[in-house]
Design a protein around this ligand. Structure first.
Ligand code: FPP
Length: 376
């Protein structure tokens, strides 16, 4: 009895220490803090730590890729080079930029500015996408979805890819600078953000999705800045970019769940396979954000309050799909949220542009009789 009593403080100390050790090793910190092992994957628990170092590519994959690259034609076809720019994504980026240009309530829309803006944005986007593909051929060739891209399928040698990406980047940002310096800097910064931060971050941290969403949100700011002469202080600029930022979470988190196995196999650090519950929660959270963001367009005077009827219907449709996905974050619900997001964005843009044009027309009608009466 005495014996066991004399031991109890020791025992409790020991068990407290071991439970702390267990807690830390299971949840946050590697067993040897601040040692070299801190940076290695084996001491991390994926479920609790969003950071892990990129894994080195499989030698078999490297061999396969090398053979493909060696058999690539000496001079690539222009169509293969264009594919490097992800044309469908680039068209979407240009459309969001042009829509934002049309929404900005500033006088003196100019055809010349619109042409430079469109070409500048398109070339910047082509450049960013080409850099992205030049940086990831070892990963692209491991996924069914990306295996057919020009570099992994052996249609373009990486050196031509780099050359193409740099040339389009220089041309695109120069054209954007011709519109005005704000547009130029935004275009250039977006290329750097996509290739220099987002692309490497995909293999390091689940935070990549937030950075990727900033990349998607900057083109509307370019459109706005082109119309306003570089002024981004109007609340409408914020709401246009915020809509694009928020949209990417239901869209991308759902997509990422659909291809989660591929992402996991290649070592892409995606919330869809590392933290599926968080992934679905974030998709729902940003879908809900559409309600206040849409009202932001009314509040900032871009559209009339009647806009909220159509916008709320579109937003509630997306929210319903995001809620289903949140309750059951499985592939079937992810697919249905993904398609809902594909429908939702054009719907919101068409509604916003339509309501804006209607408002401009109504406002001009209200002003015109005043002008004629003052002329009399
Ligand atoms: C003006 C300008 C520079 C615009 C850039 C627009 C742009 C490139 C947007 C991309 C948005 C994005 C995060 C896509 C996913 O890339 P991903 O690498 O995850 O896609 P992947 O897996 O298909 O390669």
């Amino acid at each position: 009895m005495l014996n066991s009593f004399s031991h109890w403080p020791y025992k409790s100390c020991f068990s407290a220490r071991s439970s702390w050790r267990r807690f830390f090793s299971q949840n946050v910190v590697p067993i040897r803090p601040l040692s070299r092992s801190f940076f290695f994957k084996k001491n991390y628990r994926y479920n609790s730590v969003p950071f892990s170092p990129p894994s080195s590519p499989d030698p078999q994959v490297l061999n396969f890729l090398q053979k493909r690259i060696q058999s690539a034609p000496r001079f690539p076809k222009p169509s293969a080079l264009l594919e490097l720019g992800k044309p469908r994504l680039t068209i979407l980026v240009v459309l969001t930029t042009m829509s934002s240009y049309a929404l900005a309530p500033y006088p003196g829309l100019s055809f010349g500015t619109l042409v430079w803006l469109t070409m500048g944005t398109a070339l910047c986007s082509v450049s960013a996408n080409a850099f992205n593909q030049c940086m990831e051929p070892t990963l692209d060739c491991q996924m069914a979805r990306t295996r057919g891209r020009p570099i992994p399928r052996g249609a373009v040698r990486p050196e031509y890819g780099w050359l193409f990406a740099s040339t389009t980047g220089i041309l695109g940002s120069s054209m954007s600078f011709l519109v005005n310096p704000t547009v130029g800097w935004l275009g250039l910064a977006n290329i750097v953000l996509y290739m220099g931060v987002y692309t490497p971050l995909k293999r390091i941290s689940i935070l990549n999705t937030w950075v990727g969403s900033i990349v998607g949100a900057l083109p509307p700011l370019m459109g706005w800045a082109a119309c306003s002469g570089g002024d981004l202080s109007h609340a409408g600029a914020f709401f246009t970019a915020a809509i694009l930022f928020a949209w990417q979470f239901p869209h991308f988190n759902a997509f990422s769940t659909m291809v989660a196995d591929d992402y996991k196999r290649c070592g892409y650090q995606m919330a869809s396979w590392k933290r599926p519950a968080l992934n679905a929660r974030v998709a729902l959270r940003y879908s809900l954000l559409f309600l206040p963001l849409s009202y932001g367009f009314v509040w900032s005077g871009i559209v009339n309050p009647s806009y909220m009827v159509g916008a709320s219907a579109a937003n509630l449709y997306l929210i319903a799909k995001a809620w289903q996905f949140y309750r059951n974050p499985y592939k079937t619900n992810a697919r249905s949220l993904f398609f809902a997001s594909l429908l939702h964005l054009p719907l919101i843009f068409i509604l916003t542009l339509g309501s804006h044009m209607f408002k401009v027309w109504k406002d001009s009608e209200r002003i015109e009789p005043d002008n004629s009466s003052s002329g009399d």
